[in-house]
Design a protein around this ligand. Structure first.
Ligand code: ADP
Ligand code: MG
Length: 244
């Protein structure tokens, strides 16, 4: 027991450190972004090219920081009524150009009815993005990613993200949700830890099936929100929502 308590305390210290470092790095990062924007105004063609690389690398740093922050402490989030279909579509549209460049098709099968869930739009988008990004990274020679929404019953909805990639061995399957666990040379291992934490914050569950050389399928399940629950939430979109 003593050993366990010490382990927990060590984790908390690491968490607090990660959290304050992330905060400290955020401010200089914001000023770098601002000055990059200013430089763009007078940049010639060659400089513009370099600046867009700087831009996307800064964005990547920002994303790692925000994942670290969410993972390292309990955070509050703004919860709204969200139409799942709409959020998923926006994420797919955002990722499509990158996918097409890698010879990857994203097939989307939407739900038969509109479904609303309660959640934080930005965090959920980041979750879907992380899962689709992993799927893309598992398919080095292209293929199809299938994203499908299924209404299970009046209380829950399922989202599936299926790829035709390399699949996972049993060691990876056991550790994939651990922070910093990665099998990639340039991975952070934060993506799925973030996914799991955010899904649990949304009272959802996540499961995975995977077969080596065949592919992987992540299943997410969320509670469907109805009128009664909406009344207790701070939402302005009540008019456009309806009972499933
Ligand atoms: P990262 O992508 O930075 O490695 P993640 O937390 O997103 O970190 O994923 C952890 C590990 O889980 C990956 O390194 C990879 O081994 C495995 N993994 C996740 N998604 C998939 C997938 N769709 N197909 C195969 N392996 C996957
Ligand atoms: Mg990842």
């Amino acid at each position: 027991l003593q050993h366990k308590v010490e382990h927990q305390q060590a984790l908390n210290v690491v968490g607090q450190m990660a959290c304050s470092i992330a905060h400290e790095i955020r401010n200089p990062l914001t000023s770098l972004k601002g000055f990059t924007e200013l430089l763009k105004l007078n940049a010639d063609e060659e400089s513009s090219m370099y600046l867009s690389v700087i831009d996307s690398e800064l964005q990547r740093m920002e994303q790692i920081l925000s994942e670290l922050l969410v993972l390292s402490k309990p955070t509050s989030m703004k919860v709204e009524l969200l139409e799942l279909d709409n959020i998923v579509k926006q994420v797919i549209e955002f990722m499509l150009p990158d996918a097409l460049m890698k010879n990857i098709m994203i097939q989307y099968i939407s739900a038969s009815t509109q479904v609303y869930i309660g959640g934080n739009e930005n965090r959920l988008k980041q979750v879907f993005m992380n899962l689709i990004k992993n799927a893309m990274e598992s398919m080095k020679s292209g293929g199809t990613i299938t994203v499908e929404i299924n209404v299970i019953d009046c209380a829950s909805v399922e989202l599936m993200i299926k790829d035709e990639g390399v699949g996972m061995d049993s060691a990876t399957l056991q550790n994939l949700f651990q922070p910093f666990y990665t099998t990639k040379s340039t991975g952070t291992g934060l993506g799925l830890a973030f996914v799991k934490k955010v899904i649990e914050e949304h009272e959802g569950v996540i499961g995975v099936n995977s077969e080596l050389q065949k592919g992987t399928c992540f299943h997410l399940q969320f509670p469907i929100y109805t009128f009664n629950q909406m009344d207790t939430m701070d939402v302005s979109a009540k008019d456009s929502a309806y009972l499933v």
